[in-house]
Design a protein. Structure first.
Length: 622
């Protein structure tokens, strides 16, 4: 099997390096176009594959991925460390994606400590709920277990941030511990309004410890690591060991306590207030919103932002409402995968779906998302509905875990000690039942049946017309001459996930954009890279030329129509220059999307291979 993986990747010569994590084989390739994605996804044991952050990631699941990695390396694939691959992949994506990945790199190593602390809180709460009176020394011991991680949290954050940004982690952790020194007034004691008050340095700067602070510690870590590297560049090597840490700790402790700490503590409080305001929206709306979009955020790869918010909530209140809401979203995702596995008659899909669902119920949804649900689209979007309902229920029930980082089955430990286990199990049951029922009834038809029906319709059309599908009302013609690409294969998660609507893509062989139907032009982007049209039957069509081509600011694009124009099928909407798109390092693959897919009974691609002007590519049924 490992030989088939290498062949499908385009051979050894197409692989720059390979690494793996807990569930995925991560491959840096030279040319994505040489990857036979269909072949890889149909291999036994492959639970899904996708291209993200500069890597082609093949999901094998825990255990199997380790064996597969060893086998492909033994056959000659070059290796790299996961950190080195992350450094290369970190160059990919826009600034926001890179920033969120950085948050993830900083907070992921801290999560196990927070998880353990949450479990300790659960055990202590359970003992109290059982009416057990603990001896004073045992009570003190349990407080040490549950409080230490949050007391020294800034130290952990500064340490991890120094590590990520290339500073000396030992310097980082000492700097972080300075911020919570016992010589400073305890932040929680000051906030409680008791006898402890802030210290006034120089007679006018109020200073307290930064116990429980997250954002100030992160900023101090970023600035400190960069400052340390700058100092090291100008200090002679013979003095580096003495001068660099001394200067770094001196300057950064002053900045941290007197400038960065106070300023960003205020910013952190506003972020916390905003987060709580969303979570506390009436009628469970906050949970409904977050539960509905969480798995879309996972697909986009920026879900690590929740780590920052969850840790802030835990540090402030020792409870985390996000955990239950996220659990609802993940439960619904796993339930949809179970429904596909139950309904399909395809043995390979069954063997893929059930392990992927189990992985989801243990807290890792990527195999379910990329291996099953996004592949068939409807299960993914119906699970979002179920996740939204489950998230809303979690908010209405006031569910809040005592930690983060674990969900669904392992997550029950976070609700045992706080008396919320029955409510938690109810929320999980509702999310599962709804995700399963929606997918089983409306979200999946067996592949064999669908393929048979599609073939019958296509042959009937060809017998009558002699073409793929004759253009008619409800049929959208190709706006681009070229080769058809499945939307799921487009290297942009916003389009490939179907989040914008159903449709198809075309790799252009000519640089002209034609009207795909008789329609009104509703949008013409000033940059000329995209058009919006509305047909007589109400289909709203988006034609998006290239991926990230908005960044070209119109260079190489020439639109021939204006908003409000009426066009006939085949009229020229505009032109573009594929050579300039390639010179900008971008992909000219053009997406054709029915953005109001939900308004129709079905929106189905009906073309494959090459398409010429006038050929139908999408059929819309009311």
């Amino acid at each position: 099997m490992q030989k088939k993986v290498i062949e499908a990747l385009g051979g050894r010569e197409n692989v720059n390096s390979v690494a793996h994590c807990a569930t995925r084989l991560r491959v840096m390739v030279k040319d994505e176009a040489k990857i036979n994605k269909d072949a890889i996804e149909n291999l036994e044991k492959v639970q899904g594959a996708f291209f993200n952050s500069g890597q082609y990631q093949i999901i094998f699941g825990t255990g199997t991925v380790n064996k597969m990695y060893d086998e492909v390396v033994a056959l000659g694939l070059p290796t790299t460390s996961k950190d080195e691959m992350k450094a290369e992949a970190a160059k990919q994506g826009n600034w926001f994606q890179r920033a969120i990945r950085t948050f993830g790199d900083v907070f992921v190593p801290i999560i196990p400590v927070i998880v353990a602390t949450g479990l300790f809180m659960g055990v202590r709460g359970l003992l109290n709920a059982l009416g057990m009176t603990l001896p004073e020394d045992v009570t003190t011991y349990t407080q040490i277990l549950t409080d230490t991680a949050f007391i020294i949290l800034p130290g952990l954050v500064v340490w991890s941030t120094f590590r990520v940004f290339g500073g000396n982690p030992a310097v980082g952790i000492v700097l972080g511990m300075m911020l919570v020194s016992g010589s400073l007034p305890n932040a929680w004691a000051v906030a409680s309004g008791g006898e402890v008050t802030a210290m006034n340095f120089f007679g006018f700067i109020p200073v307290v410890g930064l116990q429980g602070s997250v954002l100030p510690a992160f900023i101090i870590g970023v600035v400190g690591a960069k400052f340390e590297k700058a100092v090291r560049k100008v200090v002679p090597d013979v003095l580096d060991l003495l001068v660099t840490p001394f200067v770094t700790l001196l300057v950064m402790s002053i900045l941290g306590l007197f400038v960065i700490g106070p300023v960003f503590h205020v910013v952190e409080n506003y972020i916390l207030l905003g987060t709580k305001a969303i979570l506390n929206l009436p009628f469970g709306l906050g949970g409904f919103l977050i539960g509905g979009v969480h798995q879309v955020i996972v697909v986009s790869g920026v879900h690590h932002i929740f780590n920052l918010l969850e840790v802030q909530l835990l540090a402030a209140d020792h409870v985390n409402p996000f955990n239950a809401i996220i659990t609802a979203a993940m439960t619904a995702q796993g339930a949809a995968t179970v429904a596909v596995g139950v309904k399909t008659k395809n043995p390979k899909l069954k063997t893929l779906a059930f392990p992927a669902a189990l992985s989801a119920f243990l807290g890792i949804t990527e195999p379910a998302i990329f291996g099953v649900n996004l592949r068939f689209r409807k299960p993914f979007f119906l699970s979002l509905i179920a996740g939204a309902v489950g998230g809303g229920l979690a908010s209405i029930l006031g569910l809040a875990g005592t930690g983060n980082g674990i969900t669904i089955i392992p997550g029950t430990m976070l609700y045992i000690g706080n008396g919320q286990l029955p409510q938690y199990l109810l929320m999980v049951a509702v999310s599962f039942a709804l995700g399963f029922a929606l997918t089983y009834m409306f979200g999946y038809e067996d592949e064999a049946e669908v393929a048979s029906e599609a073939t019958t319709e296509r042959l009937a059309d060809e017998a009558v017309t002699g073409t793929v599908v004759a253009p008619s009302e409800g049929v959208i013609q190709t706006p681009i001459v070229g080769d058809v690409v499945a939307l799921s294969d487009v290297n942009d998660p916003v389009f490939s996930s179907g989040a914008m609507g159903q449709g198809i893509a075309v790799k252009p062989s000519q640089d002209v954009v034609y009207a795909p139907a008789d329609a009104e032009v509703t949008i013409v982007f000033p940059t000329g890279h995209a058009y919006g049209l509305k047909t007589a039957n109400g289909a709203e069509i988006l034609i998006h030329v290239g991926i990230d081509t908005v960044s070209m600011n119109g260079e190489g694009f020439d639109q021939k129509v204006a908003q409000g124009d009426k066009v006939k099928a085949g009229d020229v909407l505009g032109t573009f220059d594929s050579a300039k798109i390639a010179a900008a390092g971008l992909d000219n693959t053009t997406m054709v999307i029915v953005t109001n897919t939900a308004d129709f009974a079905s929106v189905n691609p009906v073309a494959s291979g090459s398409v010429a002007k006038g050929d139908a590519i999408i059929e819309v049924k009311a």
